[in-house]
Design a protein around this ligand. Structure first.
Ligand SMILES: [Zn+2]
Length: 484
């Protein structure tokens, strides 16, 4: 393929999904997609990275049922109001109509917290930090887009309980640190963490914090969000602990939700180029493809034999490698594996076979940049070149993201920033629903921009500034962007 990703992102995105075999959109339930092996292999590696990070920080895995009784769902008032329009309901089993309909989980607070009420008695049971890797269902009414927004998606949800507000706030910060450690440092996806405005919170939360990344078409995509739930759900679900004095208090709760299928969409959109996918070394289904170049002479058999020897050497060290011995031409194979984003290509011809060497080409290298090394040093060089490629992807993504942050004080400046595909920092009146939502609605109506919130670590008030829309004194600097 050869499509300009930054000029025609939508065409690029749809072409890569079909040509690289990431998903099939022909499944006959609207808004549902089939994820195909090339994306699922990467997503499994991403799940493993995230689960390792969660477990290193004291979380344990569990698996809760996908079906939630309607009565659970109704316990927390704001939650039921927020999620009910998005719920798929199971009303019949076999030939019987169910006495109580069952929700297919859109998120698992109402499945998990009734069990937490049974598990948590005293301080010895806290903190409780549980996560599950699963899929959830939401009847999205906005236009769906594979990976970014579909009616079934694959995520991790972590639900934590603490004795104190301080610990719960500490967890929110730790969730942001995990996002930095995994999404940014490992997946190479830059973002800003915002505290969402009061009118854009998770239903039932005290505060919602969410990471926004930027897509090549200048629209932001929400990556993981973490919510300070306070004691709202604990009181509703009766999750109380008894302290040393015998007094009962509700637990403080947080929940955190990295959606792996969406993050994978962000990963390939951020790193891909006009030739196709470019995958970070650690998350490529195939890290090294070996292409035998069979000459016209007698050396074909020797080249293939040596290619398989190189393969065994790499596999033995745990590198995900394969030999492409299909009958296609080397040029066809190069294009094919470039489109699939394989980080390292090894070319092996008669010369390499004879000298026990390999010729390396990195996926992101300028044309004709090759490097010939000995087989004995291949593991070390491939691992270090793979890591270097991942670092280059991160640096390139950071540079792009950084160059798309802008500032504005007037609606005209804001308009110009949004039209350049930027996330724009503006003085803003208020994050409260009663005062600030009206301005957000006007900005949305006039400029198709969404007020994403205030940067979580930028607490400095906007002294002496006036709101970009209403001109009243600004309490904050808010960030505005066009969103998915
Ligand atoms: Zn205002």
């Amino acid at each position: 393929m050869d499509i300009d990703k930054n000029k025609n992102f939508s065409e690029w995105f749809n072409t890569i999904i079909s040509d690289a075999g990431l998903a099939d959109l022909r499944y006959n339930v609207k808004g549902f997609v089939v994820f195909r092996p090339w994306s699922v292999k990467s997503m499994k590696l991403m799940y493993a990275a995230y689960e390792a990070e969660l477990e290193a920080r004291g979380h344990s895995p569990a698996l809760f049922p996908a079906l939630i009784p309607e009565q659970n769902f109704k316990i927390e008032g704001e939650h039921v109001e927020g999620f009910t329009p998005q719920v798929f309901w199971v009303e019949q089993a076999g030939g019987n109509k169910l006495e109580e309909r069952l929700a297919m989980r859109p998120t698992s607070e109402t499945a998990m917290y009734q069990m937490y009420a049974l598990w948590i008695q005293g301080l010895a049971d806290l903190p409780l930090k549980i996560y599950q890797s699963c899929q959830v269902w939401r009847y999205e009414t906005k236009a769906t887009k594979p990976f970014f927004r579909s009616r079934e998606f694959h995520w991790i949800e972590a639900h934590d309980c603490f004795a104190t507000e301080k610990e719960a706030r500490g967890q929110v910060r730790e969730d942001m640190e995990m996002t930095e450690a995994v999404v940014h440092q490992q997946f190479g996806i830059p973002f800003l963490f915002f505290q969402r405005p009061e009118w854009d919170k998770f239903p039932g939360a005290v505060h919602t914090y969410a990471a926004d990344t930027l897509m090549p078409d200048g629209r932001v995509l929400q990556l993981p969000s973490t919510h300070l739930l306070g004691t709202n759900f604990a009181k509703a679900f009766n999750v109380y602990y008894q302290d040393e004095k015998g007094e009962k208090s509700p637990v403080w709760q947080t929940c955190y939700g990295p959606a792996i299928s969406r993050i994978y969409g962000a990963l390939f959109s951020v790193h891909g180029d006009n030739k196709g996918l470019v995958l970070p070394f650690d998350f490529a289904p195939v890290q090294v493809v070996i292409v035998p170049i069979l000459g016209k002479g007698q050396d074909g058999e020797a080249v293939l034999k040596y290619a398989n020897e190189v393969l065994a050497h790499l596999l033995h060290d745990g590198i995900r490698a394969k030999v492409d011995s299909t009958p296609s031409t080397p040029g066809f194979k190069y294009n094919h594996w470039e489109m699939h984003g394989v980080p390292v290509r090894i070319e092996i011809g008669g010369r390499e076979a004879e000298a026990k060497q390999i010729t390396l080409v990195m996926r992101d290298a300028p044309p004709k940049t090759k490097k010939t090394i000995s087989l004995t040093e291949s593991i070390m060089v491939i691992r270090s070149e793979g890591a270097a490629l991942s670092s280059r992807l991160l640096a390139k993504a950071d540079a792009y993201f950084g160059s798309h942050l802008a500032q504005a004080k007037t609606m005209d400046e804001l308009k110009a920033g949004l039209e350049k595909g930027c996330i724009v920092r503006v003085p803003y009146c208020s994050m409260e629903k009663t005062e600030g939502k009206g301005c957000a609605d006007e900005i949305k109506a006039q400029l198709v921009g969404d007020v994403r919130g205030i940067k979580y670590d930028e607490k400095a008030p906007a002294h002496g500034e006036t709101c970009v829309y209403c001109q009243k004194p600004a309490q904050h600097f808010a960030y505005v962007a066009r969103q998915y």
